[in-house]
Design a binder for this molecule. Structure first.
Ligand SMILES: Cc1cc2nc3c(=O)[nH]c(=O)nc-3n(C[C@H](O)[C@H](O)[C@H](O)COP(=O)(O)O)c2cc1C
Ligand SMILES: C=C(O[C@@H]1CC(C(=O)O)=C[C@@H](OP(=O)(O)O)[C@H]1O)C(=O)O
Length: 367
C-alpha cells in the first residue's frame, strides 16, 4: 500500500471510515516548534461536517497526539496523530455488500484487495481519511506562515455559479478574509446561492461539484525540480491524492489552448529591486521551479458519488446486473469541505519541497 507522501517531510495515512480511528504519522519535522492548537482546531473545523449542506455523520474530529510532541512543542521524532471515529452506522452498508456504487471505489477496491477490503463508509477510500491530512497540513502551514507563506482557497465555481475573482491589488486581504470564512467564497451573496444549490441537489436526491482555486503568497523563487519532481508534478500529485479530485490546472491551465504566445507570456520587470512578472498567467511556476510570483492553481471536485437516486450497477461477486439505492448519510457536495484538504495538501507539499531545499530545521525558522 502506498500511503506515504513526501520525501524530506513525510505523511503516512492509516485507518478506515468505520474502524476505531483514523490518523497519520508525520516524519521529518523540525524539533522545537510550538504547535498552535487553537489554529489546529480552527483548521479542523473548516473540514468538519455541519448542517444540511454536508453529511449527517457529524464527528468531533478531536486531534490526539500519540508521540512526537511534548508540552505542545515538536520533538522532531515521528508525530503520530489519532482521530477517533465516534459516529459510525455500519448497517447503512449491509444492503450494499458486493454492489459497486457508481463513481465510488467499491469495485476497484475489490479488484485491488481481492475481497479483504472494508467498504463501509468508503473504508480507506473515504473522505473521512482527509481529517488527518488537515491536521498534518495545519501544523506544516503554521511553520510556513512563520516564513511569510500564506495559503488560501476559494470555491471559484459550484455547479456553474461563479464566485468573484481574486484581484491582484488586494490579494493578501482577500486571502485572509477567506481563511476566516467557514464557506470559502469572496462574495457572500454568491456563497448563499451556492449553498442553496447544494440543498436543491440534496432535495432531488443528487449531488453537485465545482472548482477550487488556490493561491500561495510569499513562496520564494528557485524551489522545485525541472522534470520529474517539478513543483507542478508534486502539487498535482498531492491534489490527486484527495478523493473526488479529477483535474488540476496551473495558471491559465486549459485556457492556454485559446491564447497566443503574446497573451500567455508573463513579461518580466524589476520592481523594488526584485525580478517580478507583470502578469501571472503561468501561476508562479516556470520549468517546474517557482518564480517568486503567487502560485495559482485550480482543482476540480466531482459531485459526490453516493446519491440516493436509483442507479444501475452490478453485483461483482455474483456477476449479475442489478440496481442500487443508497440510503446512508452522504455529502450532497464535497467541495466546501475539500477546500480545507486542498490547503492542507498544499502546505504539506510546499513544506516538503522547502525542507528538501533548506533542511528540515529551517521549517521552524532557523537557517
Ligand atoms: C471531504 C470529503 C468528503 C466526502 N464525502 C463523501 C460522501 O459523503 N459520500 C461519497 O460517496 N463520497 C464522498 N467523498 C468522495 C469519495 O471518497 C471519492 O469519490 C471516492 O473515494 C472515489 O474516489 P475518486 O472520486 O477520487 O475516484 C468525499 C471526499 C472528500 C474529500
Ligand atoms: C464521515 C465523513 O464523510 C463520509 C465520507 C464517505 C465517503 O465515502 O467518502 C461516506 C460517508 O460515510 P458514512 O456512510 O459512514 O456516513 C460520509 O459521511 C467525513 O468526511 O468525515
Amino acid at each position: 500500500m502506498k500511503n506515504t507522501f513526501g520525501n524530506e517531510v513525510t505523511v503516512t495515512l492509516f485507518g478506515e471510515s468505520h474502524g476505531p480511528a483514523i490518523g497519520c504519522v508525520i516524519d521529518g519535522l523540525p524539533s522545537g516548534f510550538r504547535i498552535d492548537e487553537e489554529q489546529l482546531k480552527q483548521d479542523m473545523d473548516k473540514r468538519r461536517a455541519v448542517g444540511a449542506i454536508s453529511t449527517g455523520r457529524h464527528e468531533a474530529d478531536e486531534v490526539q497526539f500519540l508521540s512526537g510532541v511534548k508540552d505542545g512543542v515538536t520533538e522532531g521524532t515521528p508525530l503520530a496523530i489519532l482521530i477517533a471515529n465516534t459516529n459510525v452506522r455500519s448497517k447503512d452498508y449491509s444492503s450494499l455488500e458486493n454492489l459497486a456504487r457508481p463513481g465510488h471505489a467499491d469495485y476497484t477496491a475489490e479488484m485491488r484487495y481481492h475481497g479483504f477490503q472494508d467498504t463501509r463508509g468508503g473504508g480507506h477510500f473515504s473522505g473521512r481519511l482527509t481529517a488527518p491530512i488537515v491536521a498534518a497540513g495545519s501544523i506544516l502551514r503554521q511553520m510556513l506562515a512563520g516564513h511569510g507563506i500564506l495559503i488560501a482557497t476559494h470555491i471559484a465555481s459550484l455547479h456553474g455559479i461563479e464566485d468573484d475573482s481574486f484581484s491582484e491589488g488586494s490579494l493578501k486581504e482577500q486571502m485572509e478574509l477567506l481563511n476566516g470564512r467557514a464557506f470559502a467564497v469572496l462574495n457572500e451573496s454568491t456563497g448563499e446561492k451556492m449553498q442553496q444549490e447544494i440543498r436543491k441537489a440534496a432535495e432531488s436526491l443528487d449531488s453537485v461539484g465545482g472548482i477550487l482555486e488556490t493561491v500561495v503568497l510569499g513562496m520564494e523563487a528557485g524551489i522545485g525540480e525541472p522534470e520529474f519532481c517539478s513543483a507542478e508534478s508534486d502539487l498535482s500529485a498531492a491534489m490527486f491524492s484527495i478523493p473526488a479530485v479529477k483535474g488540476v490546472e496551473f495558471g491559465e491551465g486549459f485556457r492556454f489552448a485559446e491564447l497566443y504566445g503574446s497573451q500567455a507570456n508573463d513579461a518580466f520587470e524589476i520592481r523594488e529591486g526584485k525580478v517580478v512578472t507583470k502578469t501571472n498567467h503561468n501561476g508562479g511556476i516556470n520549468g517546474g521551479i517557482t518564480n517568486g510570483m503567487p502560485i495559482r492553481f485550480r482543482t476540480v471536485i466531482k459531485p459526490t458519488p453516493s446519491i440516493a437516486r436509483k442507479q444501475e450497477t452490478v453485483n461483482f461477486r455474483t456477476m449479475e446486473n442489478t440496481e442500487i439505492e443508497i440510503h446512508g448519510r452522504h455529502d450532497p457536495a464535497i467541495i466546501h469541505r475539500a477546500r480545507a484538504v486542498v490547503d492542507a495538501m498544499t502546505a504539506i507539499t510546499l513544506a516538503d519541497m522547502l525542507a528538501s531545499a533548506h533542511g528540515r530545521q529551517w521549517l521552524k525558522g532557523e537557517e
